[in-house]
Design a protein around this ligand. Structure first.
Ligand code: ZN
Ligand code: ZN
Length: 627
């Protein structure tokens, strides 16, 4: 670069004659401040030479601006080189124009030539070049600039230091960032936030929290960073705790905070807090924010309040594909397939193009309701009409759709013809279908693949062992259990949670040590009596442990969703809905029990399990026993 510049030869300019712009014609005078093309610049330059005017009549920033609009940089270089007595200020104007223009790389190129003109960079020079580096994610030049900052004594310039730190952060240069952060003589809230961002991005949310606790002062960005950091790492409880502390500290949440907290509420199923944040966001004038509305839809869906989700959706003025997809998926999860498909038609009618998420929702809807042909049609239309290449989720939905409908052979062939490697969800869907439709042969195939993909998950083995048990093939049942023991497979403990008065109560299966265990037990006995009168017989086939029938029944009654349900019945007002979250699928016995309790206790019971929602009401479930 430098050699090409120094090898340029232009006729020397004569600077000794009358250095005024009065020698310019009105046309050229006008052009001097408006030129934008290299041609106009050359025209001006020629005129200056002809009239013996000084080159300094050319406004440098204008040249820089012209250059940032057009890629003809070399001509400007020549002009720069011809300038005498360079001062930093006009250079800075050029650098600024370049850094903010279309080709920020020009600022970096120009910066590298400055020393040819004996220009000493000042803090503005560095800040403009750093801006260009940031826009280009060029941390190598950033390191050079970092050296300049140290050499030229700008270490105490917090603005520059923060810019460099931010550049390292942006480029994922975590070690450089940390080293710099630790050595910085001063830090402000921006410095701390930048360092926390690095850590959160890298997934070190604990380390970020450590910094957060050490911060001398925090702003809304610091709090929000921590909240969304915890949400991203799957720690919604911690996120909510930090949010409550933020409220206590009197810091007002902004839109980003609201979105992060709502996501935490969705994960936790914490409807009370979700509602409160919704009200806050309306009061704060965020009601029209599409991003917030989309998160609200998702929160209400995941908390089992489909009507509230729909209200938010209906009230939205501008809906994006995310809004439509969230609503369609929500309807699908709640078993309202017809409404999901109707909404899709509306979406297409108004000319909104669906994306891959929309189709996951649609395929889910079809699969949960057994609409096989519709599902096949959507799978084809997705690519044919919208050019969407199916992802693993779509294949998973299709296998689920076929398997549930009993088309197991077709499902298996579908898997074998997949252009991408099937994952655990795909094989798990086939296995689920094999259990319902009692196909031992394909169940064995699916389990073999699942055991390879996820050897320590007990769920598959249990399903296979159930399938053998139903076929009364006890030897195989025993061999599956031996296999589980040999491989060290541990049973995933089931847990359920319920929120009462803003407090999340968790129950694990068989929880005898719970402070309310006694109370829950008594209530369950009472319920059980009335359930038996309605024909309830505990379905002990779901219990795989070797124990007496009576013990099995007791074991069943300690399933975590039953404990959470009874706790909810005791602790909430009669008639109010009960919302339970569960980490695994609901078992058949609990499903039957919850249906009966919804009728006996006259309560709506909403259970969110690993895959979907069950809304129990008057003895029926929204899944119509198809899950
Ligand atoms: Zn159960
Ligand atoms: Zn159900």
């Amino acid at each position: 670069m430098l050699s090409t510049l120094t090898s340029l030869h232009l006729p020397p300019l004569n600077h000794t004659h009358s250095p005024t712009s009065q020698t310019l014609t009105p046309h050229h005078h006008h052009l001097l401040h408006t030129f934008t093309t290299p041609f106009e610049l050359k025209q001006l330059h020629a005129h200056l030479i002809k009239t013996n005017s000084p080159l300094s009549s050319l406004p440098l920033t204008r040249i820089a601006f012209a250059c940032s609009l057009t890629p003809s940089f070399s001509y400007a270089h020549k002009l720069f080189q011809l300038l005498e007595n360079p001062e930093t200020t006009p250079w800075n104007s050029c650098l600024k124009a370049f850094a903010e223009g279309e080709n920020p790389v020009n600022a970096i190129l120009l910066f590298h030539q400055l020393h040819c003109f004996n220009v000493v960079p000042d803090s503005f020079t560095l800040s403009f070049v750093l801006k260009a580096c940031t826009r280009l994610s060029d941390f190598r030049t950033g390191r050079v600039l970092h050296c300049y900052v140290e050499k030229l004594g700008f270490r105490s310039n917090l603005f520059l230091m923060n810019m460099i730190l931010n550049l390292y952060a942006l480029c994922g240069e975590v070690r450089d960032a940390r080293k710099m952060f630790d050595k910085m003589p001063q830090r402000d809230v921006v410095t701390w936030n930048t360092m926390m961002t690095v850590l959160v991005k890298r997934g070190d949310v604990e380390e970020a929290y450590d910094l957060f606790l050490r911060m001398p002062e925090r702003n809304v960005r610091s709090w929000t960073l921590m909240i969304s950091g915890f949400v991203q790492r799957g720690k919604p409880k911690e996120a909510v705790r930090v949010f409550l502390e933020m409220e206590e500290a009197g810091v007002r949440a902004n839109e980003v905070t609201v979105v992060a907290v709502l996501a935490a509420c969705a994960d936790l199923g914490d409807l009370d807090l979700g509602r409160r944040v919704h009200e806050y966001s309306s009061r704060s004038g965020f009601g029209r924010n599409v991003w917030i509305c989309n998160t609200l839809i998702e929160m209400y869906v995941k908390c089992g309040c489909l009507e509230d989700a729909r209200r938010v959706f209906d009230a939205m003025k501008d809906r994006t594909v995310v809004s439509w997809s969230a609503m369609i998926s929500g309807l699908a999860m709640h078993g309202q397939a017809e409404e999901a498909l109707r909404l899709f038609s509306n979406m297409v009618e108004i000319g909104m193009d669906p994306n891959h998420v929309t189709f996951v929702g649609l395929l889910h809807a079809c699969s949960h309701m057994g609409f096989v042909d519709k599902g096949r049609e959507f799978f084809e239309r997705m690519t044919a009409d919208y050019g969407i290449v199916p992802r693993i989720e779509h294949y998973g939905c299709m296998v689920d759709l076929l398997s549930r409908a009993g088309l197991l052979q077709e499902a298996y062939e579908f898997i074998m013809n997949m252009p991408i490697k099937p994952n655990g969800v795909v094989w798990g869907a086939l296995l689920g279908g094999c259990k319902v439709h009692r196909n031992i042969e394909l169940a064995e195939v699916a389990t073999k693949h699942l055991a390879e993909l996820d050897p320590l998950n007990d769920g598959y083995y249990i399903v296979l062992s159930n399938i053998y048990a139903e076929a009364q093939r006890w030897e195989e049942v025993a061999s599956v259990r031996k296999l589980m023991r040999d491989r060290g497979v541990k049973k995933t403990p089931g847990w359920s949670s319920i929120t009462v008065d803003g407090v999340v109560h968790e129950f694990v299966a068989g929880d005898e040590a719970h402070p309310h265990a006694e109370e829950i037990n008594q209530m369950w006995e009472k319920l059980l009596e009335r359930m038996r009168m309605k024909g309830y017989v505990p379905n002990t086939s779901v219990v795989l442990l070797d124990m007496e029938e009576e013990q099995k029944e007791k074991f069943l009654s300690r399933h975590s969703e039953k404990l959470a349900l009874v706790f909810g019945l005791i602790k909430t007002k009669p008639g109010t809905p009960i919302r339970i979250m569960k980490n695994l699928r609901v078992c058949e016995d609990c499903h039957a029990a919850l249906k009966l309790v919804s009728e006996i206790a006259e309560r709506e019971i909403v259970v969110r399990d690993r895959n979907r929602f069950h809304c129990f009401k008057n003895g029926y479930c929204s899944c119509r026993d198809y899950w």
